[in-house]
Design a binder for this molecule. Structure first.
Ligand SMILES: Nc1ncnc2c1ncn2[C@@H]1O[C@H](COP(=O)(O)OP(=O)(O)O)[C@@H](O)[C@H]1O
Ligand SMILES: [Mg+2]
Length: 486
């Protein structure tokens, strides 16, 4: 075909080279004249449109397309020639003569030759696969964008940049814009620190600095909206690579409601604790009063009674032995009643606690426990004196009493030891038995009100009670509380 164009029979090297390029090109090549008749096509073009060389030559080029679009294609072709555009480049989807749809990329150049006149050289690539991939990508991007924008949480993407620990936003979702009151354009000019109130900036910077090391972190933060509103958020930040740069994806959940509920709950439990403390102290006061009244009043009356009876006995004659025996019986009953009164009063509120202090009270309690239960009770202390206020020493004493009661009631122990250690600023008391041991479930059971009472009492005086099964055997109750330095 080249001879026709170049009007030569003998080919020069450069002409041969051109012919080779024409024949071997993987892109379709087509020469058409001003009327749209095909002057030349290469093998790649024939293959592309699924027609033989002979079927194409000297035929209108639009015949390779479906009849429904031939006119339109020809019109555009003529328009381009008419406008004398020397080069056009475009992509379009066409339906071929056999009904197959395909995407093509056209590069058209106009050539003017002395004999053949104005010709159009089209270099054509079939790009259907690439187009499909682009469409798929767009669709998947759209899908992710939808997810991104319809998420319930605010999402921010920003890159770590050199010099500062974090750079500017590169992407934010609709929720972020709506919640914080910035348009997307405004956002993209901001740095993430613009959302953090000054009070929290140091902590925020610290978290960001740590991120390259830990890769993922969840933290509570406060966001500052454009209108200066403060929003409590829980942020989950991930570090990943994007465009070869360390990039941070932060998802911020609005936890305003949660915070309000938490605060309410905190306030309620504080109130309940205050109420419990109040009831506890009223109970102690009442016990003290009753104990004193029983001890003093009843004790005095009984003592007076005993004196009266002893005076009466003196008035009896030698020969009234049966009566004398009766008086002895009665005084013995009075003595044991006095003892009972003292015991009851002590149970209500040991006078010793108020008069001799906590250590003496614990010592007395240990002996009393051993006597009344038969369980050996050992008491060790590294101090004789614990400087505690009345309320605190009462609480410590009551915790100890409850622990001992539990040993007697539940432990099936043969011995128990009470250990008091006073350190410069902490008081530590342990009560260890050698019984069957408590279970975690019993410790945490909502019905374990005795244990709950111990824990609550400890909290009220700034301390802490832990109860656990010992590795060897038995149960360990441990109370720790801070001591004020004198
Ligand atoms: N020293 C202990 N040894 C074994 N079990 C214990 C001990 N102390 C408590 N428990 C178990 O823990 C449960 C809860 O104790 P507590 O709250 O004081 O309730 P209560 O004494 O009224 O049963 C007890 O019922 C008992 O089963
Ligand atoms: Mg109990």
């Amino acid at each position: 075909m080249f001879d026709k164009i170049f009007h030569q029979n003998k080919f020069s090297d450069s002409e041969l080279l051109l012919q080779q390029i024409w024949d071997l090109s993987v892109d379709g090549m087509r020469l058409t004249n001003e009327d749209g008749l095909i002057v030349m096509v290469n093998p790649a073009y024939c293959k592309m449109v699924n027609k033989s060389y002979e079927e194409l030559l000297q035929k209108p080029f639009q015949n390779v397309y479906h009849p429904s679009c031939r006119e339109e294609v020809l019109n555009t072709y003529k328009q381009d020639i008419g406008l004398n555009r020397t080069k056009t480049h475009f992509e379009c989807e066409r339906t071929l003569w056999n009904g197959i749809k395909a995407w093509f990329e056209f590069s058209n150049s106009f050539i003017v030759l002395p004999e053949s006149g104005k010709l159009t050289l089209s270099i054509i690539k079939e790009i259907t696969k690439r187009k499909q991939a682009e469409v798929d990508l767009l669709k998947s991007e759209e899908k992710y964008r939808m997810l991104f924008n319809n998420a319930h949480d605010a999402i921010f993407v920003f890159q770590l940049s050199e010099g500062k620990s974090y750079g500017d936003f590169i992407e934010v979702n609709d929720v972020a814009c709506k919640r914080l009151g910035y348009s997307k354009e405004e956002f993209l000019k901001l740095s993430p620190s613009a959302l953090i109130p000054p009070k929290h900036i140091e902590r925020y910077n610290h978290i960001m600095e740590k991120l390259p090391e830990v890769k993922h972190v969840i933290y509570e933060m406060v966001h500052l909206a454009k209108d200066r509103r403060l929003i409590n958020v829980e942020i989950s930040s991930h570090l990943f690579e994007f465009n070869e740069k360390p990039t941070i994806l932060s998802i911020a959940r609005d936890i305003t409601e949660r915070k309000i509920s938490e605060d309410k709950l905190k306030k309620t439990s504080r109130r309940l604790r205050n109420l419990a403390s109040h009831l506890q102290s009223i109970r102690e006061e009442e016990r003290t009063i009753i104990a004193r009244e029983i001890h003093d009043e009843l004790g005095q009356v009984l003592t007076a009674l005993k004196i009266q009876i002893l005076l009466l006995e003196k008035k009896l004659r030698e020969d009234q032995q049966p009566l004398k025996d009766k008086v002895k019986e009665v005084t013995a009953v009075i003595d044991s009643t006095i003892e009972s009164v003292q015991r009851i009063a002590s149970k209500l509120r040991p006078v010793i606690l108020d008069e001799l202090g906590l250590i003496s009270a614990i010592d007395w309690q240990a002996q009393d426990f051993e006597k009344s239960t038969g369980i050996k009770c050992e008491f060790n202390s590294n101090t004789d004196d614990i400087p505690l206020e009345k309320e605190s020493s009462t609480a410590v004493f009551r915790i100890l009493q409850e622990a001992l009661t539990n040993v007697a009631r539940h432990a099936e122990a043969t011995s128990v030891s009470i250990n008091v250690r006073k350190l410069p600023d902490v008081l530590s008391i342990t009560i260890i038995d050698d019984g069957k041991g408590i279970t975690d479930q019993q410790v945490n059971d909502a019905k374990s009100l005795g244990i709950l009472g111990m824990k609550e009492r400890a909290l009220l005086i700034g301390g802490n009670v832990t109860i656990e099964r010992r590795y060897e055997s038995g149960t360990l109750v441990s109370l720790e509380m801070p001591l004020k330095k004198n």
